[in-house]
Design a protein around this ligand. Structure first.
Ligand SMILES: [Zn+2]
Length: 519
């Protein structure tokens, strides 16, 4: 791993020396700039050097691979969160566990006083996409088991690596302030952040840096993705002999099916920013017994402004279906509800500068061979890993829907922006075996290492440049006037801590028995 970092450090030291001497003569207003330029460069150099150390890069690479191997679904990330917590505690962070009523949610803190800079980190996997690491053809490790098809194994790890580097540099350079790592479970089901926000976890945070695995090294600002309600509708009917006396029964499954028909007709008349999809989670156990219980789990997505109205209309579909089937709409359980992302432009600009400072990792021939083989299998352009960072992405002028992230919730509480870091194969499909295959091993290690550097370097800028943080806060406060935060969670909503429990238990033993190469 060492060689690819070496060149960068040498270059950085030269840059630091030149920049340091250029600015030392000026030594301008220390009250405004808290750390002089030369001291800031030294502090940044310290944290980048720490992360460039071969043993450190390997340590976090192995943590990422271990979490990849655990592949724990949302709310069941017991081993993954324990590994990250242990790593943080060993580095001297104090860690609050079981945060906001979620056993795998935690907050690690170091330092004291203002500013308070937060770093987000995720670690949950996705169902059904188990795949052998670095295999360019589909080959499940355990048929039907979960897999890390969104790179969250690298993301929590990158955040922990970053905050550790940051703490060391703050100690070495007497930098004051507080840094917090927010261990955020169940992002794939968009669960933890609305509850973390409701519990006041982010209330004293001045700015937040989020991260996501990608094939690119990039950041963006503005409104992105969709707001979401995740809701389970359960119908109650009456059992009967399905052939002998069907007239005595009331099928709860009829309630579910009629609701789905109604909402599919509704779809045509919703504004084009909507997304609506469902899975039937309970629908009877045998055809010869009229089912008295049936449930359907919906994702209802739209812009922040249109979301609640859309939910009300889908709820009417459920009510109408109960009436038509003679069943009862027994429970409507909101598992979670979140906003669109509103990323801060001034913060994204800070991140972009650091991305450019750090640059893309250098990929080996062997890594590119794997990437090209995977691209070939997927019918994509066979060009290997990305070679240079992207420029700062502007928000799209038209909202066209798309996915959701509960990071959206945080963006309305504190100025937030996301670092997308490389390591994934361009053309690999998200939430698919091809991404599981590539989120492991040396390229993933390098990608998360680059991500950790960008997070740590950007956080350092926020800690040491009060004027810059003030500018970021000002943009946020102005924006908040037009976009005041109001939780979409209904009163009494609770995090669904048992979500995925049975599914995870089904596969856990088989997954743990595997010998994964490279570990
Ligand atoms: Zn993701």
């Amino acid at each position: 791993m060492k060689s690819q970092f070496k060149g960068k450090i040498v270059l950085l030291i030269i840059t630091l020396t030149i920049s340091g001497s250029l600015h030392l003569s000026g030594q301008k207003n220390k009250e405004e700039e808290y750390l002089g330029k030369a001291e800031l460069y030294k502090a940044k150099k310290n944290l980048l050097e720490y992360l460039s150390d071969t043993a450190v890069a390997r340590k976090y690479g192995l943590i990422s691979d271990a979490i990849w191997n655990y592949a724990e679904l949302g709310m069941q990330e017991f081993k993954s969160s324990a590994l990250l917590i242990k790593t943080l505690e060993e580095e001297g962070f104090s860690v609050e566990k079981n945060v906001a009523g979620m056993p795998t949610c935690f907050v690690a803190t170091w330092g004291s006083g203002r500013p308070v800079i937060g770093i987000l980190g995720e670690f949950d996997a996705l169902p059904m996409i188990s795949q052998k690491p670095l295999s360019p053809i589909q080959a499940p490790l355990v048929e039907g088991a979960p897999g890390h098809g969104c790179g969250h194994n690298m993301m929590g790890t990158a955040g922990v690596a970053a905050i550790t580097a940051l703490k060391k540099s703050m100690e070495q350079n007497n930098i004051s302030g507080t840094v917090k790592f927010f261990g955020s479970p169940a992002e794939e089901t968009i669960i933890s952040r609305p509850y973390m926000v409701r519990a006041g976890v982010f209330k004293d945070v001045d700015a937040v840096i989020d991260n996501h695995a990608s094939s690119e090294f990039a950041t963006s600002y503005g409104i992105n993705g969709t707001a979401l309600f995740s809701v389970v509708f359960s119908f109650r009917g009456k059992t009967a002999h399905a052939a002998g006396a069907p007239w005595d029964g009331k099928s709860a499954l009829d309630g579910v099916e009629l609701m789905n028909i109604a909402s599919n007709y509704l779809r045509e008349h919703l504004f084009y920013t909507q997304r609506l999809h469902y899975v039937v989670t309970e629908g009877g156990e045998a055809p010869n017994v009229v089912p008295d219980r049936a449930s359907v789990w919906y994702y209802i997505r739209n812009t922040d402004e249109r979301l609640e109205e859309m939910f009300a209309r889908v709820l009417d579909c459920a009510k109408g279906a109960a009436l038509a089937s003679g069943t009862v709409l027994d429970t409507v359980t909101v598992l979670t509800a979140t906003h669109q992302r509103h990323s801060n432009k001034a913060l994204a600009e800070v991140i972009q500068k650091n991305i450019e400072l750090i640059g893309m990792p250098e990929w080996t021939e062997q890594e590119n061979q794997f990437a090209k083989a995977l691209q070939k299998e997927l019918g994509q352009k066979e060009n290997g890993y990305a070679v240079k960072p992207k420029g700062l992405s502007k928000p799209s002028t038209i909202q066209v829907g798309g996915g959701s992230s509960d990071v959206g919730e945080v963006t309305l509480i504190a100025p937030t922006a996301t670092i997308n870091f490389p390591g994934g194969v361009p053309g690999a499909i998200g939430h698919h075996w091809s991404s599981v295959a590539s989120n492991y091993g040396s390229a993933a290690w390098k990608g998360l290492n680059a991500g950790a550097k960008a997070i740590a370097a950007s956080a350092l800028d926020l800690l040491t440049k009060p004027k810059l943080l003030e500018e970021i806060r000002k943009e946020f406060e102005e924006y908040s006037k037009d976009h005041p935060y109001k939780s979409f969670l209904p009163e009494g909503a609770q995090p669904p801590v048992n979500l995925n429990r049975e599914l995870m238990e089904k596969y856990r033993d088989a997954m743990m028995k595997l010998e994964i190469p490279g570990n």
